[in-house]
Design a protein around this ligand. Structure first.
Ligand code: M3P
Ligand code: FE
Length: 310
């Protein structure tokens, strides 16, 4: 297929790097795989094979920096650079190593307003269970033992930016529109979109809000029982839970929303949802059923959920 494969890592500024280290290792079950002299931490989940999927930079602000996606081959960098520039978006090539442990990296600001990186190479370390006669999960490991970082949901300034980002991800980066929330006259505006490169319902989502930022990034867990156990682990550690275990109408995911010590919102997302194929019709949620799409059981509006984010 070529092109973008998956979300490779999320890069965030955090307020207290030691609290963050403690949180992401003891509760999320990640492992610190690299530390830079400026205090930046790189972390990995047990079921991931590349060196890291999360970068935490010490700062006095909790902000989203970048989402980096991995492409299949180095030629994809040149191919996508040409396509992105032909679409009218400026790009920059960061030399090998400028993004830690990664080969040359294509950097651009998408029409959604967010900075993205695309890279083809990252240091390989392998899954914690190895690749010969592996155990189904690591006997060692802490907290919720998150499998991998699955997707991110980014907030855009209004439906115009959602629509511009969505069109760019579809037409230039080859994503499929799995679901959308339409609003306005005859549903002519997209207030939210869920886009896939893999066969899961989304690898990225865009939602309209007051400012550009990150709503959440999500950790994959196997199923509903793991979601229940994860919420138990969070409660045992006094994690601030935003939304207790429930079902999304959109994507059919089984979910918990909760916060890290800096106030970044995280999600645990379980279940396959459904299989996305190129010919699957896009699912549309109307303005009236928007909250049913987000929280399937209550269908209830939660204002802070779409206005408070980093
Ligand atoms: C998800 C998901 C919002 C909906 C979120 C849905 C923020 O996070 O993984 O399907 O409106
Ligand atoms: Fe999500």
């Amino acid at each position: 297929m070529g092109g973008i494969m998956r979300l490779g890592h999320i890069d965030l500024n955090v307020l207290d790097i030691e609290k963050s280290r403690e949180y992401y290792t003891n509760i999320m079950g990640m492992v610190v795989v690299r530390e830079d002299s400026d205090g930046t931490l790189y972390l990995k989940c047990w079921d991931e094979w590349d060196k890291y999927s999360l970068v935490l930079r010490p700062s006095d602000e909790a902000t989203f920096n970048t989402a980096a996606y991995k492409v299949e081959s180095d030629e994809d960098i040149d191919d996508l650079k040409a396509k992105i520039e032909a679409y009218g978006v400026e790009t920059e090539i960061l030399p090998e190593g400028e993004v830690a442990e990664c080969g040359r990296t294509l950097k651009f600001t998408a029409p959604s307003g967010h900075i993205f990186h695309l890279y083809a190479y990252k240091t390989f370390v392998g899954k914690d269970v190895g690749d010969t006669n592996p155990r189904p999960w690591p006997f060692e490991g802490k907290g919720i033992k998150a499998h991998w970082i699955d997707h991110t949901l980014l907030m855009c300034e209004g439906p115009e930016k959602v629509m511009a980002g969505t069109k760019f991800f579809q037409e230039v980066l080859g994503f499929k529109l799995a679901e959308q929330v339409t609003v306005g006259p005859e549903g002519s505006l997209q207030a939210a979109t869920w886009l896939a490169r893999t066969s899961t319902p989304h690898d990225i989502a865009f939602v309209a809000g007051p400012h550009t930022g990150m709503h959440h990034f999500a950790y994959f867990l196997d199923g509903w029982n793991d979601i229940l156990r994860a919420a138990d682990v969070m409660a045992m550690h006094n994690v601030k839970i935003d939304v207790t275990p429930q079902r999304h109408g959109i994507t059919r995911g089984e979910t918990i929303y909760f916060f890290d010590p800096s106030g970044h919102r995280l999600e645990t997302f379980a279940g396959l949802g459904y299989l996305v194929q190129p010919d699957m019709p896009t699912i549309t949620w109307t303005e009236e059923e928007l909250w049913r799409g987000i929280f399937y059981h209550t269908g209830a509006e939660d204002g802070a959920f779409t206005t408070a984010y980093t």
